[in-house]
Design a protein around this ligand. Structure first.
Ligand code: SAH
Length: 223
């Protein structure tokens, strides 16, 4: 994908306002998360007809019945992963690739899995066009994780799950952090899981509504 500097720089004022009102205004404190959200061109991750709404305080459709997450939720989930720059991160549910880009800015390697093939194709082209070199894509059922590349310092599940798949907890490194929307299909708690030796601690950091995680260790398509 050929992107010009002005394509990328567009909507700068809206991006700044988004960070002030929705991110800083709601208590996100991690400066590196704020800096990255004020830089990554969110409007390029939605269809051109929705670009003028890309910086609004809500999720938006991205095709294939899926959505790009609300900016605040992206910031909150990223902040709890506490990325310092050297981490290997696993993301389940690439979708538009917006969260993927945010992770790629803050960690050293991002491994991202998406089950819907056309989304992977589109998103891969966009992220390559934006010159990200530290993202590896896979089209598969992410509830299995990515064993060959494990362990991961951080794991982010971008779709609602009835429980956190065991395979993903196993693939988390010692001292690793995992964040996921866990609950019913219609509403979920945002859960952070910390691994410490063979101890696993979980805490709730908010409520949310994500599209379902569909796979072997989550929901089946028909439900
Ligand atoms: N962070 C993304 C969220 C996309 S919505 C964004 O902001 O754009 C969640 C995504 O999870 C959808 O694209 C959906 O297709 C994907 N998904 C659902 N079940 C999955 C599974 N088992 N493995 C991988 N991806 C899955």
């Amino acid at each position: 994908m050929d992107l010009t500097e002005s394509d990328i720089q567009a909507y700068a004022g809206q991006r700044r306002k988004m960070v002030e009102k929705q991110i800083l205004g709601r208590g996100i404190k991690d400066l590196s998360v704020m800096e990255v959200l004020s830089r990554v061109p969110r409007h390029l991750f939605v269809n051109s007809s929705l670009q003028h709404r890309a910086y609004g305080d809500c999720p938006l459709p991205i095709g294939e019945n899926q959505t790009i997450s609300q900016p605040y939720i992206v910031a909150l989930m990223t902040q709890v992963l506490d990325l310092k720059g050297g981490e290997r991160v696993l993301e389940i549910g690439t979708g538009s690739g917006y969260q993927t880009a945010i992770l790629a800015e803050l960690a050293s390697h991002v491994f991202t899995i998406e089950r819907v093939k056309p989304l992977v194709k589109k998103t891969k082209e966009l992220l390559e066009g934006l010159k990200y070199k530290n993202i590896v894509f896979k089209t598969f059922d992410g509830t299995y994780g990515w064993r060959d590349q494990s362990p991961f310092d951080a794991i982010l599940i971008s779709a609602a799950t009835p429980s956190i798949p065991k395979s993903l907890i196993e693939q988390l490194a010692d001292k690793g952090r995992l964040v996921a929307p866990v609950g019913e299909r219609e509403s979920q708690d945002l859960i952070v899981l910390n691994k410490n030796g063979n101890k696993v601690m979980e805490r709730k950091i908010g409520s949310c509504k994500f599209v379902p995680l569909i796979g072997k260790f989550a929901w089946s398509e028909e439900e």
